[in-house]
Ligand binder design. Sequence first.
Ligand SMILES: [Cu+2]
Length: 151
Amino acid sequence: MKAKGTGARLGLLAAVFMVGSVQAAEVLTIDVHRDANCGCCKQWISHLQANGFQVIDHVQDDMPALKRMLGVAPRLASCHTAVIDGKFVEGHVPAAQVKELIKRDELLGIAVPGMPAGSPGMESGGVGQGYQVIGLTHGGADQLVAEYPAR
Ligand SMILES: [Cu+2]
């Protein structure tokens, strides 16, 4: 966000005070598309909100069609599909990588394929498995963005 002129700067300052001191000046808005009956999707939304995102929740009838439209490769598919800055966020991606995606213009989107236990929104019973956050480049190649647990 580039503030130009005094009015814009004052507006930005007001926004900073409204969201509090622990969060960044910019409120990140993300659109989340999910099936009506998806419980883990709602838990992932809570994870985003706890990390400072403003979530716009969309209940969709045809998730596969939406994934195709956004360019989510079938091998990367999970339950919900979010959109931020025109890029897709597929599945239970941690908030840290969603924030990183905004700066990665070479990526069409990122994904945590499947629904690995221990990923944000999938913390059932404290049992975790390792998982990867995969970026999809505009050229269609996979790129490792992060790995959990971190090595
Ligand atoms: Cu899920």
